[in-house]
Design a protein around this ligand. Structure first.
Ligand SMILES: *Cc1c(COP(=O)(O)O)cnc(C)c1O
Length: 377
């Protein structure tokens, strides 16, 4: 005992044993304890137990990134010949993972509307093993009825996996309302200050956890102890940050809604959001992501973005600093125009991840940008 107040970082790749017999027991699984940091590490375990607690679940496995969490989940629970039903509004790399990597290994995916549970039911095949969704969606903030979709999945003994990156367990706890697994990117709100890449998989089911752990310790996308320590610090301020992200984002959404150069605002906290009532049921706050369409087209959106001074032009989100991005030419540029039209990602759409700056400063900067909008295209 060193009586340290702050958590220690165990930057060690392996652990030593009292004697050969203990080593044998730990290696064979007869005793539990740390052996090697690809399997378990005390600092990483500290992050895992806290995130599990926040999601009101019993198990968590940390990973090297959010994508590693998603990849690990699918590798552990699916095999060649299985079928996935997934939301068509997913993070770009998740779509690529499903359509290129898993397709190549014989796992097919059908994409359906996040907001229409009937489509999920219709997409079921005899070999459907898993449902995957992300809610609210990026960047239009559409919302899934997790409870209803989980019932459809469980009717056929399929598992529902929810990517809870946008809400975090502070605003939405999918496992409490039917999800079997929650995947996280720790890179976004859990860190909150844009420092480290990481991810996690959370479940309340011991047998699922066993499969996940076995797959991850073998394939190796483990979280580094230093990153785990950073995320532990992030979790300590997560409730406070989320509360403030929500209040700033709501203020921004309301302000944008009344701006003459703004055509439309997408934010679940607005009365005008088509699923506002569902959002009130599911969330304890409406999150920090706001998207909106300016009058005009691509060049108006670009001028608006370029004329802001404080906002960071970057595709990242969940940071204390407000970030601004043009989805059609960045995060969603690699999909076809047709797919963009279907997803309603127009050329005039801008996405904000509203940070923790003074609200007056954020609004003043948005006003600087919107003055450049001429509405001609
Ligand atoms: C960023 C993100 C991911 C991927 O996380 P990484 O940590 O970048 O691998 C997955 N899902 C969502 C919704 C994200 O925003």
């Amino acid at each position: 005992m060193e009586r340290e107040h702050n958590e220690a970082i165990f930057t060690t790749s392996s652990f030593v044993f009292d004697d050969a017999e203990q080593a044998g027991k730990l290696f064979s699984g007869q005793a539990s304890g740390n052996v090697y940091s690809r399997f378990t590490n005390p600092t990483v375990a500290g992050f895992e137990s806290r995130l599990a607690e926040l999601e009101n679940a019993s198990h968590c496995v940390a990973t090297s990134s959010g994508m590693a969490a998603i990849t690990g989940t699918l590798l552990a629970l699916l095999k060649s010949g299985d079928h996935i039903v997934a939301s068509s509004a997913l993070f770009g790399s998740t779509v690529s993972l499903l359509t290129t990597v898993f397709e190549k290994f014989g796992v097919q995916t059908s994409f359906v509307s996040l907001t229409d549970p009937k489509q999920w039911k219709l997409a079921i095949r005899p070999n459907t093993k898993l449902f995957f969704l992300e809610t609210p969606s990026n960047p239009l903030c559409e919302i899934a009825d997790i409870e209803q979709i989980s019932r459809i999945a469980h009717e056929i003994d399929a598992l529902l996996v929810v990517d809870n990156a946008f809400m975090t367990p502070i605003l939405q706890r999918p496992i409490e309302i039917g999800a079997d697994i929650v995947v996280h990117t720790a890179t976004k709100y859990l860190d909150g200050q844009g420092r480290c890449i990481g991810g996690a998989i959370v479940t309340d089911d011991a047998s699922i956890h066993e499969k996940l752990f076995a797959m991850l310790r073998t394939t190796g996308p483990s979280m580094s102890p230093f990153n785990a320590w950073t995320f532990v610090k992030g979790l300590e301020t997560l409730p406070l940050r989320m509360k403030h992200h929500c209040s700033n984002a709501l203020a921004v959404a309301r302000w944008l809604q009344n701006h003459p150069q703004v055509k439309r605002v997408h934010y679940p906290g607005l009365q005008s959001h088509p699923q506002h009532d569902l959002a009130k049921q599911l969330f304890s706050g409406f999150g920090g992501i706001v998207s909106f369409e300016v009058q005009g087209g691509k060049y108006d959106a670009w001028s608006m973005i370029d004329a802001t001074e404080m906002l960071s032009i970057t595709g990242n989100l969940g940071d204390v600093k407000t970030t601004i991005t043009h989805p059609a030419t960045t995060t969603h540029s690699r999909i076809t125009q047709e797919a963009r039209d279907r997803a309603r990602i127009t050329d005039s759409l801008i996405r904000l991840s509203v940070g923790l700056e003074y609200i007056e400063d954020i609004l003043a900067d948005l006003e600087l940008g919107l003055r450049k909008v001429e509405g001609s295209g």
